[in-house]
Write a protein that binds this ligand. Structure first.
Ligand SMILES: CC(=O)N[C@H]1[C@@H](OP(=O)(O)OP(=O)(O)OC[C@H]2O[C@@H](n3ccc(=O)[nH]c3=O)[C@H](O)[C@@H]2O)O[C@H](CO)[C@@H](O)[C@@H]1O[C@H](C)C(=O)N[C@@H](C)C(=O)N[C@H](CCC(=O)O)C(=O)O
Ligand SMILES: Nc1ncnc2c1ncn2[C@@H]1O[C@H](COP(=O)(O)OP(=O)(O)OP(=O)(O)O)[C@@H](O)[C@H]1O
Length: 488
């Protein structure tokens, strides 16, 4: 593509050199092939890519996007911008010929419920015969193929590449999780969203390299409602009005309140054979009963967000019914084993709010004992440790405290932080730092009727210690232990 064509929609501060040249690609990592490419210098949280300019030029980059004055040979075109990440997003969209303009696009943001709600919506649209592409924490899914993603909301270039693949595969709909970090870092700039959805917000992702405080976290989430045509928000969240302050979209609301456009009434816990879920009647813009194959009050909200979008897209209750009655989401309230011995579930709850809501949901099913196996991630919001400890101490009969992804921290010191939340509750707990051993202990010591919740890692198929990821999937380990114990 001609450089002139590529930069025509870009806001630039200065251009030095020729735009009349062919560009071989848009690159933002100096370790990639830069020959003939446009290289974008991003000042990251760890390194500043401006320092790689000599290597990039040596490797044959034909043009560079920078945020400050730089010295380069005359044949290299220099495009100076105010924000290189924003430029990367806009250039990536242009490089792939604006694929989101060719699909109906839906972005969901919120502290919890994004993955579950996106999978619910995907299932509904597919039940209605539509072709859907999806991007989120569990990866990208395009035409039945699965791609691993590093981030819930990947960097803009990777996003636009996925969207391009979706268009090529004939997808009519694109559904994605939009993290506050993705909004803050402009990974989603350059996307035209038809629908933006807000699930809920609670303090999380606050700490070094994430958000400075709750206000900033909220403001970042709110950006989505200046980027979409129609917003659909959870009216029961105490902060919903703060989130949509300054919105530029048409707004609809959902919730368990008569003011909501999509209201859930007559909520009922359902247990029929192996079906464990929740049901409600939808009231407001449309009226029909909804049954969801995932238990818990939060399933009502997740279903409401998916169903509201589906209804606005003109999808009928038949497809909604078929999709939600059999919905399963990897690592989200995933039932691994159920018998007279015990029930084992794997869930991705990894902060205080979701641990509390998960354990309170499981209480509704009257377990003999509620046992929770959990740890906390290293190099992430430390508040999660105290809050998960406190929630588990108050709500479980036994907490087994173990490792999660310790990353660059010591497991023992993370466990100590969890004790800060656990100790004042007087809840019973033991520490088993090896996660495999912790799972083994929970199942081998189960009493009849126990419900064991292994939480925090959900679908993740690795454990990250000191920068090394080794294969580890809670569901697999639990299944192995069940087999080892000879449970049928
Ligand atoms: C703190 C943070 O958000 N970091 C993100 C950021 O990385 P960074 O700024 O540290 O990158 P860096 O290593 O300093 O590199 C800067 C630039 O130099 C380039 N570089 C680097 C090395 C080199 O040799 N040559 C080179 O050119 C890099 O390609 C990059 O362009 O930009 C990267 C690319 O976009 C992200 O993958 C990375 O996410 C990290 C992995 C991360 O963990 N982020 C978390 C906080 C996050 O974003 N989480 C949200 C989910 C939150 C939720 O659940 O709601 C998410 O969307 O995943
Ligand atoms: N609407 C909700 N409100 C509160 N907790 C929820 C909700 N939906 C799911 N959860 C809990 O949070 C966990 C994560 O859910 P999910 O992956 O759908 O959310 P997410 O927004 O994608 O989360 P994350 O940003 O952590 O990836 C679930 O395993 C469940 O325990």
């Amino acid at each position: 593509m001609k450089l002139e064509e590529l930069v025509k929609e870009l806001t630039v501060e200065e251009i030095r050199g020729s735009l009349d040249k062919e560009i071989s690609g848009v690159i933002y990592d100096s370790r990639k092939d830069c020959a003939g490419a446009l290289f974008i210098c991003i000042s990251g949280t760890k390194v500043d890519a401006h320092t790689f300019l000599p290597q990039v030029i040596e490797k044959g980059a034909s043009a560079v996007v920078v945020e400050r004055e730089v010295e380069v040979p005359e044949n290299v075109t220099v495009i100076r911008v105010a924000d290189a990440r924003l430029a990367l997003a806009e250039l990536s969209a242009a490089w792939f010929d604006h694929p989101t303009r060719k699909m109906t696009t839906i972005g969901l943001t919120g502290t919890k419920g994004k993955t579950t709600s996106t999978y619910m919506l995907k299932a509904i649209l597919e039940a209605a015969g539509k072709k859907v592409g999806l991007v989120g924490t569990n990866g990208a899914v395009i035409a039945g193929k699965h791609y691993v993603t590093n981030n819930t909301t990947p960097e803009s270039y990777e996003l636009q590449q996925y969207f391009h693949q979706m268009v090529e595969a004939g997808c009519e709909y694109m559904i994605m999780e939009v993290s506050s970090q993705g909004l803050k870092m402009n990974r989603v700039a350059g996307i035209s969203f038809d629908y933006g959805v807000f699930t809920n917000i609670s303090p999380d992702h606050i700490g070094p390299n994430e958000h400075a405080d709750f206000e900033e976290y909220m403001a970042c989430k709110g950006k989505l409602f200046t980027m979409c045509s129609t917003g659909i928000v959870n009216r029961d969240d105490p902060n919903w009005e703060n989130i949509v302050k300054g919105h530029t979209c048409k707004l609809y609301t959902f919730g368990c309140t008569p003011e909501a456009d999509f209201e859930a009434v007559n909520i009922r816990h359902l247990k029929k054979g192996s079906f464990m879920g929740i049901g409600f009647d939808l009231k407001g813009k449309v009226e029909f009963p909804v049954e969801v194959n995932i238990p818990g009050m939060f399933s009502v909200y997740n279903a409401l967000s998916a169903v509201s979008v589906a209804v606005l897209l003109g999808i009928g209750s038949d497809a909604i019914d078929r999709a939600l009655a059999s919905i399963k989401v990897d690592g989200r309230m995933e039932l691994v084993y159920a018998s007279d011995h015990c029930t084992v579930i794997v869930d991705y709850a990894h902060n205080g709010v979701s641990t509390r809501s998960l354990l309170s949901t499981l209480r509704d099913y009257n377990p003999h004992r509620l046992v929770v196996v959990f740890g906390c991630g290293g190099n992430r919001d430390p508040h999660r440790r105290y809050e998960m400890g406190e929630a588990a101490g108050h709500m479980a009969d036994l907490s087994i405290v173990t490792a999660d992804n310790s990353r660059w921290e010591k497991v023992e010191s993370i466990i100590k932080d969890i004790h800060i939340g656990l100790d004042p509750t007087e809840g019973k707990y033991i520490d088993i730092p090896d996660r495999r051993e912790a799972i083994r202990y929970s199942i081998s010591h189960a009493e009849p009727g126990d419900v064991i919740a292994i939480i925090g890692k959900g679908h993740e198929d690795y454990q990250e210690v000191n920068g090394v990821k080794t294969h580890f999937l809670d569901r697999e380990v639990a299944e192995e232990m069940i087999k080892e114990l000879g449970y049928k």
